[in-house]
Design a binder for this molecule. Structure first.
Ligand code: TXA
Ligand code: MG
Length: 347
């Protein structure tokens, strides 16, 4: 992937007092700062600044019609941007009490006087808001004192970063700084729940499981996604892959083709020929561990591709419940046809 000429040096900041202060200062000045949340690293910038948000889209190479999540230090600050005169207002507050700070994003109608810029919501009349968890990110948001727009800190269409190293591999020279908060404890993005209508709709499975949400909400409709990272309704034929490593991905594999790597779980083995390389997401069969390791494992297999002559990644069947739902969703998106594939449908 050719990187354009770097526009400046990217500072690497430690998650100590000075590092967090420097990150907050850069954000307040309109800079781009990546930081770890409990889910994945985000590429942050002031959500109130049209100019800064445009820079976020440019740094990622993200299409400007795909809206961003705004991050807040508290539920009060998040809900202040939303129009809470909605049928599900009480559910929103109960969800916030139970899961924030944590890996849940709520879609709410935008308040008429919201300070968020138009670019952050891609001109929609709805908002995506969340209060992330983690000592450093919570301090950073409090110190900055502003809503921070942050998509995952990867180039558009690529695997989300779960370490500061991953961020630098993709965005070095394109952002002002990365706050190194260590590896992300959840490893998959937040759950996106749409509360704008009469009933809750799960738009993206993630770090809070459907089962946990149902304890608070009762029945939830699960939206079928089309393989894109854009959660708004899209025209047919726009199926493209996201969360994608360079190698093609094949799901629910019980055997491997020659030159395929095998990404497995809980010690599951293949029948027939031995894989060119095997990587177990969690030998002990923990879906939490598998979630934490998924994105790093996909990157690792990509890097091993040349050395081992790999042509694809075959993925073992995975559990469908709990975090398994988000895990399978990310792999399904990674396996969707690529825009550059000869086999993919015309856009
Ligand atoms: O865990 C996460 O959510 C991470 C960390 C950094 O917070 N962020 C993240 O952002 O995954 P991003 O931009 O990669 O994914 C945001 C998703 C996209 O699929 C986008 O389409 C959707 O949220 N989204 C944002 N605003 C929306 C809205 N108003 N209505 C529907 N979907 C929306
Ligand atoms: Mg993303």
């Amino acid at each position: 992937m050719p990187h354009p000429a770097p526009h400046h040096r990217t500072e690497r900041l430690d998650q100590d007092h000075d590092g967090i202060r420097r990150a907050a200062r850069l954000l307040q000045q309109g800079g781009l700062v990546a930081f770890g949340t409990e889910t994945v690293y985000g590429l942050g910038g002031l959500a109130t600044s049209q100019r800064t948000v445009k820079h976020i889209f440019q740094a990622k190479g993200r299409p400007s019609f795909n809206p961003l999540i705004s991050h807040f230090a508290s539920a009060e600050a998040a809900f202040a941007e939303a129009d809470m005169a909605i049928p599900l207002h009480d559910m929103a507050r109960r969800l916030a009490r139970r899961f924030w700070p944590g890996p849940l994003t709520l879609i709410l109608p935008r308040h008429a006087e919201s300070r968020l810029c138009q670019a952050v919501t891609a001109g929609l009349d709805t908002l995506a808001v969340r209060v992330p968890r983690g000592r450093a990110v919570e301090d950073l948001l409090r110190l900055t004192g502003q809503p921070i727009a942050a998509p995952s800190a990867n180039r558009s269409g690529r695997v989300s970063p779960s370490t500061a190293r991953h961020v630098l591999d993709e965005l070095e020279g394109r952002i002002d700084a990365v706050l190194d908060t260590g590896p992300c404890p959840v490893g998959l993005e937040s759950t996106v729940l749409d509360l704008t209508g009469p009933h809750p709709i799960l738009r993206r499975p993630g770090g809070v499981t459907l089962e946990e949400l149902q304890e608070v909400c009762g029945p939830i409709t699960v939206a079928e996604h089309d393989g894109t990272d854009d959660l708004r309704p899209t025209a047919p034929g726009q199926l493209t892959s996201h969360y994608a490593p360079s190698l093609p991905v094949r799901l629910d594999a019980t055997h491997v083709h020659p030159h395929e790597a095998f990404l497995t779980f809980g010690g599951r083995e293949v029948q027939g020929a031995a894989p060119a390389l095997t990587l177990d997401l969690s030998p002990g069969g923990s879906v939490e561990e598998a979630a934490r390791r998924l994105f790093a494992s996909l990157r690792q297999l990509d890097q091993a591709a040349a050395r081992h002559g790999l042509t694809a990644i075959a993925v073992a069947p995975l559990p469908a419940e709990g975090l398994g739902r988000a895990l399978k969703d990310r792999l399904k998106r990674a396996a969707a046809p690529r825009p550059t594939d000869p086999a993919s449908p015309p856009a």
